[in-house]
Design a protein around this ligand. Sequence first.
Ligand code: SF4
Length: 44
Amino acid sequence: MHGIWNPWHGCKRCSEGCRNCYMFYLDALRGKDGGTVYRTIKGL
Ligand code: SF4
């Protein structure tokens, strides 16, 4: 079950606090680049 609704995926590191970003970590595990920002739902 998915408890999070988010029409976007990805982000741009913007501060020192982003060094260990979990989203970038998980995307790297999946062979993806977390820096690629895209819509997950069309038409919004
Ligand atoms: S921690 Fe990750 S998701 Fe949060 S602002 Fe930084 S790069 Fe974006």
